[in-house]
Design a protein around this ligand. Sequence first.
Ligand code: NAD
Length: 476
Amino acid sequence: MTAYPSLHMIINGEKVAGGSRRTHTVVNPATGESLGELPLADAADLDRALEVAAEGFAIWRKSTPQERAAVLQGAARLMVERADDLARIATMEEGKPFAEARIEVMMNVGLFNFYAGECFRLYGRELVRPEGMRSTVRWEPVGPVAAFAPWNFPLGNPGRKLGAPIAAGCSVILKSAEETPASALGVLQCLLDAGLPPQVAQAVFGVPDEVSRHLLASPIIRKLSFTGSTVVGKHLAKLAADNMIRTTMELGGHGPVLVFSDADVDKALATSVGGKYRNCGQVCVSPTRFIVEESVFERFRDGFIEGAKAQVVGNGLDPATTMGPMANARRPEAMDRLIGDAVAKGAKLGTGGERIGNQGFFYAPSVLSEVPLDAAIMHEEPFGPVAIINPYKGEEAMIAEANRLPYGLAAYAWTSDVQRQRRLAAQLEAGMVGINSHMIGGADAPFGGVKWSGHGSEDGPEGVKACMVLKAVHEG
Ligand code: NAD
């Protein structure tokens, strides 16, 4: 069985811990027990990381596509070798079932291999000019990147945040969530063991607001990549603006799912229940608001309640578990508040709505229906294991409800009408739309949102280009 590793930062390839640094206790959300003490960066650590990142950029911007691809492919191979250990550590820190954590490892493997190929496709273009003149448009790495990753995908988020800058020729300072540090360190270690120069990618932890203020105030950082809540994203965008730092913002969502009466309702149900309780609903693209056509509403709601009750809630290391605990103590508190408020305002609680057991952060798979518009959960991202199922009349009203919120990350729809599928694809305000499918990602596909869900993309060729800038060179 994998032991939980000792915790540290990685600055210039060195393990940094101890001294007079403050620490943060990392907790196993299934048991509430302490896993270890994480050292938090002080100002001197951050200054050192910045200085090293500047050196790293000077080295890596000159690297060849072959060198970058070899590191990414090597790290992918190491992740495959270490997959079980990485996944177990992620489950210990975050709670998700081991099988889900293992999928995260394999997603990183796919992404790193895809990015390895992208390293060779970062070419620009030559413009047509009179004889004797030459004009070229080139892509160049933007510079040192500050990347802040949250806890919900302890391996996948750091994979995205590290892979893209490394493919682009940038250096990167990663601050992954203090709740899930060992997973992030495991991913970075694969890159370092695959030959990445230690100056190129580093990992710090700290008090998030201190770290972000410090790094974004530095002229060394040229790009911020953040995944997290909209409120923090807006705050960081303002800090970044002061130094005109480019940003990629992958923020919150409130995933609408439109279910029409002509849909394959059984398939919609099976996919939606699985999607809703994946990672305990703590997923930015989680299906959240089920907007169901009246005539199939009762069937859909009752089927969902049955599906919720069939979830096996337990420790993610138990192979029978289909849903683990929530990742931290804040989440069950948010669930109690949002579900309590909805019920007080007249919503029907089909199942769940309560914590399970007295250790860790377990919460029952929950279903709310007929939730009034004035309930907070109709506006706030629940980020937990609760489905909101409401009946609607007709396509226009359903699309209007889907687009009602300022969020626009993922939207889903279930219908067999081909013309309607096209209308939905055009009219749903979201960065990613799934029609008769909830598979909306892939190493080759841009992942990102519109409106308050942020801007810019991760993954796909766009994820690498987001770490690059254009230069036009005109030679006479
Ligand atoms: P939070 O908003 O405080 O933190 C979200 C993430 O941002 C964490 O990883 C945190 O370390 C980081 N963060 C917070 N303040 C920061 C700062 N000033 N500088 C840099 N990083 C900072 O909330 P939380 O309690 O951890 O999570 C709750 C909410 O966050 C959820 O309801 C959800 O909306 C959102 N969230 C979204 C995603 C996503 O994938 N988009 C992931 C995790 C959390």
